[in-house]
Design a protein around this ligand. Structure first.
Ligand SMILES: [Zn+2]
Length: 86
């Protein structure tokens, strides 16, 4: 399980709480895009397993530990959300 950034809204979701693994399925309206549960038309609502936190869209990537890391500062998403200085 790992975190990823939604390509539509920029929020943090987990591969286990979203349609992440089905995004490339034939006929899936996500058309391969990494979408959070709320943006995924096949789910359409947030799961409330954890709070929906928004990050600057496109600025984070999933690192080898499965955490979201800022592309330039190396800051992790939970540090960014907490307001920790990079
Ligand atoms: Zn989203």
């Amino acid at each position: 399980m790992s975190l990823f950034q939604c390509e539509e809204c920029g929020c943090v979701d987990n591969t286990a709480t979203s349609g992440y693994w089905f995004r490339n399925d034939k006929g899936n309206p996500c058309q391969g895009r990494k979408l959070c549960a709320a943006c995924d038309p096949t789910i359409g609502k947030w799961h409330d397993v954890f709070k929906r936190e928004y990050l600057p869209k496109g600025d984070f990537f999933t690192n080898r530990q499965g955490n979201l890391e800022h592309k330039t500062t190396g800051q992790l998403s939970h540090e960014y959300v907490a307001g920790v200085k990079p």
